[in-house]
Design a protein around this ligand. Structure first.
Ligand SMILES: Nc1ncnc2c1ncn2[C@@H]1O[C@H](COP(=O)(O)OP(=O)(O)OP(=O)(O)O)[C@@H](O)[C@H]1O
Length: 703
């Protein structure tokens, strides 16, 4: 709150002065009450005398109750007077006439007299109750104020001792997170500046006997004569904090939390235009951090996450397998979608994904010309209808700097996406084990990836923080010796210590379930560009590696310690086709189809009897080796059209350029699909359109 000038708090008062400001706030509360009465009075033409009566009653209430609770005489007098002043002001405000204090005084006297005689009136009871509550609050405020005053006094002395500057503390705010406090102080006249205090941060921290990992950092106040000193008293980086259990919706526009600062406040990343780079050597907590990033993306209702993970699939699989294996369901018993929208674990799949991303970016540029013109912007307006695609590439930096020519081709594609797709809503998050020199010397990364994280986790080798965070001084690797901790900087929040939340598989499962209904679907323009390659992404032949991975993980758990890319992924076609494997593959495929109600397999006659499940994924919906690419593209369009559906003419138009398909041919396919239950015809005559059965309002009767 006080320390980070985040986007949510662009300006306005820095500190919260609502509690414990002594006489000023006391007077304020009396006057605000009076103001309310005056306003209401004026608005309802209340006779001005009533306001005086209220004031008198207030004075009376305070006096009587005060006597009962044995308040000091002086407090009593002040309090009663404040009510009268308030009421006096009210009357003045209501009548716009002069106020006679003699009249007031007499009224008050009369009031006290009357009040004493009328103890049991409702007014008195009410006043008494209010006063009891107020007294309790004042007690709390007084205690708080005492604590703040003590802090203020200590720091005035300390700054004098350490920096030889005599400041005047204007306010002290203790943080809601309980991890420290902020001091707002005025610098003495004569040209002292805030950075003189900032420069003495380590000595101030030592003088204050702060625990290890806690700091006193000075930053500019509301003008150059003021300074804010943030003091952390609890080392939250040392603690293990789990991912916050509130899985409420997020958006690319409101920022996605990636971790917390030393004051325990969340750091938000704004990735509409930025890419991100996360560096963390083995064991620093990088995989865990990627999971908490994927958690944030899963919670957003305008983000589709595509993950490339050629390294044993550990980053993406936990977001896919629980859903594919049907291990979880939503609270109302529905099947869930995976927490990410696409996972590439092999070289070929990664290439397909990157090609798709490039096509989507280019198509969006053309297809959304009118949207951009209408919104008068060159940045595609991202929403749940036109989602942002976040490409998360684990060890992407290693792909970029790989000596292997084939892998470097992937790298070139990644750079192309970064270069062309900012305006069109595709951004990347790259992770790196280290060796960032070559990556950071890439102009594209330097310019586009300004959200940066360095997970140090105690590792000092090969961590060049000055390259990761140019311009920031005083960052030392040894300040963040804990796993999951390091430094993070974004364009909105300067590089400083931070820690990622710990996230365990059970929370990942919870988030998959909680966010299943929230994920957007690819907009029609993008879906058309993405084509069958996208629609078939969960097909069993393309997800077979996940099964391989899952079983090889079981068999050889220790091998995951090896670092570097799993280049065997390049040999994706070399899958053993022995009969036990075939059997597993068949079972896996059956499972997927059973879970997600995909189209019945032509080669398994029993499949046709299964009632299709509503919703779910398009897994293997585009089956049928016998189908032409044009027909597959048509089916992709039908799927992409969602509940709205589409028609033969629209599909034929979309296919004309690439495939030269006639309307008549499309009519034939649609007719076949209606017959075999793939599509449903909705509406009549000119309103007739076709809806893929996944999106059909009601399931068609099975024939
Ligand atoms: N944010 C965190 N808070 C607390 N502990 C953490 C955090 N992140 C990671 N750890 C601890 O560090 C261990 C290693 O984390 P993780 O597997 O994410 O590291 P990594 O850098 O990906 O390593 P590897 O490359 O070997 O998988 C975890 O098992 C956990 O005990």
């Amino acid at each position: 709150m006080a320390t980070t000038a985040t986007k949510q708090q662009p300006s306005g008062p820095v500190l919260d002065w609502t509690a414990g400001h002594g006489p000023v706030t006391g007077a304020l509360s009396a006057t605000t009450g009076a103001f309310a009465v005056a306003t209401t009075g004026a608005a309802t033409s209340m006779p001005p005398g009533w306001a005086l009566a209220v004031g008198a009653a207030g004075a009376l209430g305070h006096t009587v109750v005060g006597l009962r609770v044995r308040d000091a005489g002086r407090t009593l007098a002040t309090r009663a007077a404040s009510w009268l002043v308030g009421a006096g002001w009210t009357t003045w405000a209501m009548t716009h006439g002069p106020l006679t204090w003699a009249a007031l005084g007499s009224l008050a006297t009369i009031g006290v007299g009357i009040g004493a005689a009328a103890r049991s009136t409702a007014l008195f009871e009410e006043a008494r109750e209010e006063e009891a509550i107020a007294a309790e609050q004042r007690q709390i405020a007084a205690e708080l104020s005492a604590e703040r005053r003590a802090i203020a006094a200590q720091w005035v002395d300390r700054i004098q001792r350490v920096c030889s500057i005599t400041v005047r503390v204007v306010g002290v705010e203790t943080w809601e997170t309980g991890a420290g406090y902020s001091i707002d102080a005025e610098l003495p006249p004569g040209g002292a500046t805030w950075n003189r205090i900032a420069a003495e941060s380590p000595r101030l921290s030592a003088d204050a006997r702060l625990p290890h990992g806690c700091t006193a950092t000075a930053s500019p106040g509301i003008h150059q004569g003021r300074v804010i000193i943030d003091v952390t008293t609890v080392n939250v980086l040392e603690q293990e904090r789990t991912y916050p259990s509130d899985y409420g919706p997020l958006s690319v526009h409101t920022g996605i939390p990636w971790g917390y600062r030393t004051n325990a406040e969340q750091i938000l990343t704004y990735l509409r235009e930025q890419c991100a780079l996360i560096v963390g050597p083995t064991g620093s907590g990088k995989t865990n951090m990627v999971h908490s990033i994927l958690a944030g993306f899963a919670r957003a209702d305008d983000i589709l996450t595509w993950v490339i993970d050629l390294n044993a699939g550990s980053a993406g699989l936990p977001w896919v397998l629980p859903a594919l294996n049907g291990e979880i369901s939503t609270p109302d018993g529905k099947l869930v979608r995976p927490g990410i929208d696409w996972l590439a674990g092999t070289y070929d799949e990664a290439m397909t994904m990157l090609d798709t991303a490039v096509r989507v970016a280019k198509h969006r540029k053309m297809g959304y010309q009118d949207v951009l013109a209408r919104a008068n912007t060159d940045l595609l307006p991202i929403s749940a209808k036109i989602p942002q695609i976040m490409l998360v590439i684990d060890e992407g930096a290693e792909i970029l700097s790989s000596p292997d020519r084939q892998v470097r081709k992937l790298g070139e594609k990644i750079l192309e996406v970064i270069r062309i797709a900012r305006a069109m809503g595709i951004r990347t998050v790259l992770t790196a084990l280290g060796a960032t020199g070559s990556v950071l010397s890439n102009l594209m990364i330097r310019r586009e990836a300004k959200v940066r994280v360095a997970l140090t986790g105690g590792e000092t080798e090969g961590m060049d923080l000055s390259k990761m965070f140019p311009g920031s001084r005083g960052l030392r690797v040894d300040q963040a010796p804990h796993k999951g901790a390091g430094f993070m900087g974004t364009p909105e929040s300067p590089a400083a210590l931070f820690k990622a939340w710990r996230i365990l598989p059970n929370q990942i499962r919870e988030i998959i379930a909680a966010t299943s209904d929230r994920h957007p679907t690819l907009d029609a323009v993008s879906a058309k560009a993405a084509g069958p390659a996208y629609v078939r992404r969960w097909d069993s032949d393309r997800t077979a590696w996940m099964r391989d991975q899952a079983s090889s993980n079981d068999a050889n758990a220790t091998s995951s310690a090896g670092t570097g890319l799993r280049l065997s992924a390049l040999n994706s076609s070399e899958q053993a086709q022995g009969s036990p494997e075939d059997e597993m593959l068949r079972r896996f495929r059956e499972q997927i189809d059973a879970q997600f109600g995909t189209a019945p397999e032509p080669q398994t006659p029993a499949g046709g009897d299964r009632p299709p499940a509503a919703g779910g994924l398009n897994l293997s919906a585009l089956r049928g080796e016998q189908e032409s690419p044009a027909q597959q593209a048509a089916l992709a369009l039908l799927l992409a059209a969602g509940r709205e559906g589409t028609g033969a003419s629209a599909i034929a138009r979309a296919l004309a350029d690439e495939h030269g398909t006639s309307r008549q041919t499309v009519v034939g396919w649609l007719r076949d699909w209606v017959k075999d239950g793939t599509a449903v015809r909705v509406g009549e005559g000119t309103k007739a359109r076709y809806v893929h059965r996944q999106h059909a309002p009601e399931q068609p009767p099975e024939g």
